[in-house]
Design a protein around this ligand. Structure first.
Ligand code: PLP
Length: 379
């Protein structure tokens, strides 16, 4: 059979992306060490040299999450797949899940609960405010048969951080499991999975870990492993069933899916860098650069969306000054300075900007560059 003729409208050649500075809500810049690790020779996903690297990757991930959980591994998929993996494994039809919603990603959790046959009890807080533990406790009292409490630690759509320790203590008091989203917090702000007693956690490679998008570190407590082993119904996803994935990420090393080997070299390098820097130093660097950016933005009269005690250092959400065309400023930053910042989502669309200082993008040179660019555009 003849092949179909292919005549592209314009000549297609090698794709060379421009060198941007990524200071939006993610992805952040990938560190050159990570890019270079990903360019190393591809190995088979069952090659013993590769599986040795997988063991290191799991221990580096345990360090980043501050957990001893055996079931800690990277999911082949973005943060949303890590999120779905928690809900699809832990929910059986009719299970009650309290979901805290104070931004876009709490809303996505509700979708997950409902699509997997659970009943979502929604605890709403205003966008830009942290989850209110009192409202959560009221919901737990009203619904003593709740199985899971789910919340977003660092809400990227608003730049707010919630008190994970208190929420987890509440869940324990009412005999509930916890699911926590750390897509924006991992590496940028303190997380103690075991210290706080969190049962299921997921993150993303593309924010404070300085890695490209596409992988989702996850970790599950023994309580979750037991729950999933003793489910009444099969997990409603073949790909995300942790019982099956254990065959590959556990000791038997049986084929499950073809793992993205080069991407995993990148995550290994990124987590090694985090270990070399030390978690406390990484958290302190994110805070230092946040303070520098805040000082500069405030001299321009730009105000933060979130009250100071709850602000995320790695995600600076600010009000667009009155009379400024927010879209045009972002367009000019990209076109004239190769600098990407983020727009508002949902209720905040057109009203706020989001300046990310995440992972390797969290550096003082970026703060100065961004403030200079803004000053020139405003002048
Ligand atoms: N949760 C939070 C808090 C996020 O910020 C994001 C992405 O920005 C996600 C979940 C979804 O991650 P992904 O876009 O990698 O699927």
């Amino acid at each position: 059979m003849a092949t179909q003729d292919f005549r592209p409208e314009k000549k297609i050649s090698i794709f060379y992306p421009p060198q941007r500075v990524l200071m939006g809500p993610g992805p952040s810049d990938t560190h050159p060490r990570v890019l270079s690790a990903m360019a190393r020779p591809t190995l088979g996903h069952l090659d013993p040299v590769f599986t040795d690297m997988m063991e290191e990757l799991k221990s580096l991930m345990r360090y980043a999450f501050q957990t001893a959980n055996l079931l800690t591994f990277p999911v082949s998929g973005p943060g949303s797949v890590g999120m779905e993996m928690c809900f699809v494994n832990m929910i059986e039809p009719g299970d009650k899940v309290i979901v805290c919603r104070n931004g876009v990603f709490g809303g996505r959790m509700i979708e997950n609960v409902e699509r997997h046959g659970g009943v979502a009890i929604v605890v709403d807080d205003k966008w830009g405010e942290p989850v209110d533990p009192q409202k959560v406790e009221d919901a737990l009292k009203k619904n003593p048969d709740t199985k899971i409490l789910a919340f977003v630690h660092a809400e990227t759509s608003t730049g707010v951080q919630s008190d994970a320790k208190t929420l987890s203590e509440l869940a324990k008091r009412y005999d509930c499991l916890t699911i926590m989203d750390t897509v924006t917090s991992l590496g940028g702000t303190p997380i103690y999975i075991d210290g706080w007693g969190i049962d299921a956690v997921y993150s993303g490679s593309q924010k404070c870990l300085s890695c490209p998008p596409g992988l989702s570190p996850v970790s599950f407590s023994e309580r979750v492993v037991d729950l999933v082993k003793n489910r009444k119904h099969k997990v409603h996803s073949w790909f995300m069933d942790i019982n099956l994935l254990l065959g590959y990420w556990g000791s038997s090393r049986t084929y499950h899916h073809t793992a993205p080997t080069n991407a995993l070299y990148g995550l290994h390098e990124a987590l090694l860098m985090l270990y070399e820097e030390g978690l406390e130093h990484s958290w302190a660097r994110h805070m230092r650069n946040h303070k520098a950016l805040k000082a500069g933005l405030q001299t321009m009269g730009i105000e933060y969306v979130v009250a100071e005690p709850y602000r995320l250092p790695q995600l600076n959400a600010v009000h667009v000054p009155v009379g400024v065309d927010e879209k045009e400023v972002r367009r000019r930053l990209l076109a004239e300075y190769n600098l990407e910042i983020g727009a508002g989502l949902g209720d905040f669309a057109g009203k706020i900007w989001r300046f990310g200082l995440m992972g390797t993008s969290s550096r003082v040179e970026n703060v100065v560059f961004c403030l200079n660019a803004l000053e020139k555009i405003f002048s």
